[in-house]
Design a protein around this ligand. Structure first.
Ligand SMILES: O=C(O)CCC(=O)C(=O)O
Length: 246
């Protein structure tokens, strides 16, 4: 990505609520990030608090790493990209604050589904100037559980939610989207590519039934000007208490 591309990326993001950035990280950077995440899971994770991860229903496989900005701050310099921050500033319409670094591991054969949701049901921010950068550490194919997005759904505000019962994604939409899958934006990526989605864009992913893992590393940013929304927070607290950790 180069700076002159920002206006057209902003245009597409405002229209669709999701954009793709090809080749954001090169092969050496991706290999280094993967190695560090693997080391963290093997050596450090066991000594971290329970809010550092969610396991798959098998009780062993890591489904998500959470709060890496707090539990593994040494990862942050590996993710710094000044031109990316300039893009994020335009997309969140203000000074970007990094508020979350996490993973959706989607391990081969084990990785579970993510129910349709809007991230702001978790983030609870107003105005909704908040986004997620989803960086592919593996190739994302139709077979290993790509993320699907309903283009333009960020423009419809927050929709009614219900607790999903899924550990790691406790809040789902009360009504899943009716748009056929083939009409949704499917995030097929090469390692090092990334997607950026708005916190109101409806998205979901299927279980990974393939033999290939699908590790995504996520950076969550908000504009400094956003504030907590008490109504969204009340719904979030209710869902967390029924399926901790959220
Ligand atoms: O990686 C996935 O399958 C889901 C990701 C997700 O829900 C998110 O980026 O908010």
């Amino acid at each position: 990505m180069s700076l002159p591309e920002i206006p057209s990326l902003l245009h597409d993001y405002q229209r669709d609520g999701v954009i793709a950035l090809r080749g954001l990280f090169d092969a050496a950077q991706i290999a280094a990030l993967r190695a560090e995440l693997e080391r963290y899971m093997a050596e450090d994770l066991a000594s971290k608090p329970a809010d550092a991860r969610t396991l798959e229903p098998d009780g062993q496989t890591v489904r998500n790493l959470w709060r890496l900005e707090r539990h593994h701050p040494a990862l942050l310099p590996m993710l710094e990209k000044p031109e990316l921050l300039q893009l994020v500033a335009a997309l969140v319409q203000g000074e970007p604050l990094l508020v979350g670094v996490e993973t959706f591991n989607k391990a081969a054969r084990v990785g579970s589904a993510v129910p349709a949701h809007q991230d702001n049901a978790y983030f609870c921010q107003s105005p909704p100037d908040m986004l997620t950068i989803w960086i592919a550490l593996d190739a994302v194919t139709p077979a290993n559980g790509p993320v699907y997005y309903v283009r333009g759904s960020h423009l419809g505000g927050m929709l009614p939610t219900k607790p999903s019962g899924v550990k790691g994604n406790s809040i789902g939409l009360a009504q899943p989207p009716t748009l056929p899958l083939e009409d949704q934006f499917c995030g097929l990526l090469e390692p090092g590519d990334a997607l950026i989605h708005h916190c109101q864009t409806i998205h979901h992913s299927a279980p990974n039934l393939s033999d290939f893992p699908r590790l995504g590393l996520l950076l969550v940013y908000r504009g400094r000007h956003t504030q907590n929304d008490p109504a969204l927070q009340a719904a979030y607290r209710a869902a967390v208490s029924s399926t901790p950790p959220a």
